[in-house]
Write a protein that binds this ligand. Structure first.
Ligand SMILES: Nc1ncnc2c1ncn2[C@@H]1O[C@H](COP(=O)(O)OP(=O)(O)O)[C@@H](O)[C@H]1O
Ligand code: SF4
Ligand SMILES: [Mg+2]
Length: 398
C-alpha cells in the first residue's frame, strides 16, 4: 500500500495537538539471508505501510491474525528496532530522528507491557527493586522519596507494601502483570504499548487487569495502543480499532462503528467468530479458507484476495486504496471504490456457515491460537486478607 493510499486515516493528524502519536506509512522488513555468503535474498514484510494516530488519553486497539504484524508495529513505534521506512511522531517529535541521549530521555514517557509478565521480570530481584530500578535511573523523584513513591504506585496497581520484599515467582500470573504495570506506571509515562497483556491469563483475571488499565487511564490520562487477538477484550477497552492483515491496515474506525458495521470482508470474517451470549441467535460465521499467506511472498493486488469470498478481477492485480467510506470509518477494499464496476465477482474462496450461537466453538478458532499457557483461575486478588502475613510467608500464590 503506498503512502498516498493510507494518508486518509491520518490526514492533518500531525497538526492536531490532541494526537499524542502519529504513525505514517511505517514499514518494517526483516531481510532473509541465504546460507551462502549471507546475501539478502528477500524480505519478510512484517509491516508494510501502516498509518494511524492516537489521541491523548484514548486507547487504540490493534487486531488481526497471528503473524499479521501487530507486535512488529508496536516494537518499531517504540524504536526497540529500527524502521525500514516511515515516520513515528510522538508528541511532535519524530522518534527516529532522536539522538541516543534524546531517546534515553524520552524512554520513561513510552512504556510497554508484554503478554508474558514472568519472563520480563528479573527472578533475582524483589518487587520493590524491580519497580524502583528505572525510577532511580531516570530520577523520577528525589532519592529520599523513592520508597514512599513506590508504595503509592504499587497501591494504585492493587499491590501492597509488603509485596516489595517478595520475588516474582511468589506471585500469580495476574499479580505479576500488576507488577509489570506498576513498573511501567512508576516512570510516569504518557503512552503504554500493551502487547497481548491479558492473553495468558484466565478470563476472570483478564477482567481485573483490563479494569485496572482503564482506571489508571482515567486517573493519569494515559494513552494506550492495545494489541490483542481477542476481539471481545479489544471492544471493551478501545476507543478506536485498527484491523491488520499481512502487514497492512485494512480497516480503521471508532470501536462502536467497526463492531456494529464492519466493512472489510476480512474484518467481517473476524468479527463473525465472536460468540453472542444468546442461544436463539443464529450466527453467520464466515470461515476463512486457507491460512495467512507468507509476508515474505505476499499475494499481488489486494493481499487478502486469495481468501476473500468477494474477490473481483481487479483485486488480483491492484492494491486497494484506504478510503473514508463513512465519516471516520476507513477501509481498504475495492468494494467501496465508487468508480469501480463490481459486477464481475469471482473466486469462491470462503464459505458461510450457519451455527447456533451456543454451539460456536472457541471464538479464537477463526482468529488464531497463540494464547500460550493460560493462567489458572485459582488466582487470589493481591489484597487477599489471607496473605497479610507481613512478608513472612514464602508460599507460592497460585
Ligand atoms: N525478528 C524477526 N525476524 C524475522 N521475521 C520476523 C521477526 N519478527 C517478526 N517476524 C515476522 O514478521 C511477521 C509479523 O510478526 P508479528 O509482528 O510478531 O505478528 P503478530 O504480533 O501480529 O502475531 C511474522 O511473519 C513473523 O514471523
Ligand atoms: S479488495 Fe477485493 S479481494 Fe480485497 S477485500 Fe476487497 S473485495 Fe476482497
Ligand atoms: Mg504479537
Amino acid at each position: 500500500m503506498s503512502e498516498v493510499k493510507e494518508q486518509g486515516v491520518i490526514a492533518g493528524a500531525e497538526n492536531d495537538s490532541e494526537n499524542l502519536l502519529v504513525v505514517r506509512n511505517l514499514k518494517k522488513y526483516f531481510p532473509i539471508k541465504s546460507s551462502f555468503f549471507k546475501m539478502t535474498v528477500g524480505n519478510v514484510k512484517a509491516v508494510d505501510g501502516v498509518s494511524f494516530s492516537i489521541k491523548r488519553g484514548t486507547t487504540m486497539g490493534l487486531v488481526g491474525e497471528s503473524g499479521c504484524g501487530k507486535s512488529t508495529t508496536g516494537r518499531t513505534i517504540l524504536r526497540l528496532q529500527e524502521k525500514t521506512e516511515g515516520e513515528v511522531i510522538f508528541d511532535g517529535q519524530d522518534i527516529f530522528k532522536l539522538s541516543k541521549e534524546e531517546l534515553r530521555k524520552l524512554r520513561p514517557r513510552i512504556q510497554i507491557i508484554f503478554q508474558d509478565p514472568y519472563s520480563s521480570l528479573s527472578p533475582r530481584l524483589p518487587i520493590g527493586e524491580i519497580i524502583g530500578e528505572a525510577v532511580r535511573e531516570h530520577n523520577i523523584v528525589p532519592k529520599e522519596e523513592i520508597d514512599d513513591y513506590i508504595t503509592r504506585v504499587m497501591e494504585a496497581c492493587g499491590l501492597q507494601e509488603w509485596h516489595k520484599n517478595r520475588y516474582p515467582h511468589e506471585f500469580s500470573g495476574g499479580q505479576r502483570q500488576r507488577i509489570c504495570i506498576a513498573r511501567a506506571l512508576a516512570l510516569n509515562p504518557e503512552f503504554i504499548l500493551c502487547d497481548e497483556p491479558v492473553s495468558a491469563l484466565d478470563v476472570s483475571i483478564q477482567a481485573q487487569i483490563i479494569n485496572l488499565l482503564r482506571d489508571l487511564q482515567k486517573q493519569f490520562g494515559l494513552t494506550y495502543l492495545f494489541i490483542s487477538h481477542d476481539l471481545s477484550v479489544v471492544e471493551h477497552i478501545s476507543d478506536t480499532v485498527g484491523v491488520m492483515y499481512l502487514g497492512n491496515m485494512v480497516e480503521y474506525s471508532e470501536t462502536e462503528k467497526i463492531y456494529s458495521k464492519p466493512l472489510h470482508p476480512y474484518t467481517m470474517a473476524l468479527f463473525s467468530a465472536i460468540p453472542v451470549p444468546d442461544p436463539d441467535y443464529k450466527m453467520n460465521r464466515i470461515v476463512l479458507q486457507g491460512s495467512i499467506p507468507s509476508p515474505a511472498n505476499p499475494p499481488s493486488g489486494c493481499k487478502f484476495h486469495t481468501r476473500c469470498e468477494k474477490c473481483m478481477e481487479i483485486c488480483k492485480t491492484v492494491s486497494p486504496e484506504m478510503r473514508e467510506v463513512e465519516p471516520g470509518h476507513f477501509c481498504a477494499c475495492h468494494l467501496y471504490d465508487p468508480d469501480l464496476d463490481k459486477t464481475a465477482t469471482s473466486a469462491d474462496t470462503a464459505k458461510t456457515e450457519e451455527k447456533p450461537a451456543d454451539k460456536t466453538p472457541d471464538k479464537e478458532i477463526a482468529i488464531e491460537k497463540e494464547t500460550a499457557g493460560k493462567e489458572s483461575a485459582k488466582e487470589k486478588p493481591a489484597d487477599d486478607p489471607s496473605k497479610k502475613d507481613n512478608g513472612k510467608s514464602k508460599g507460592k500464590k497460585k
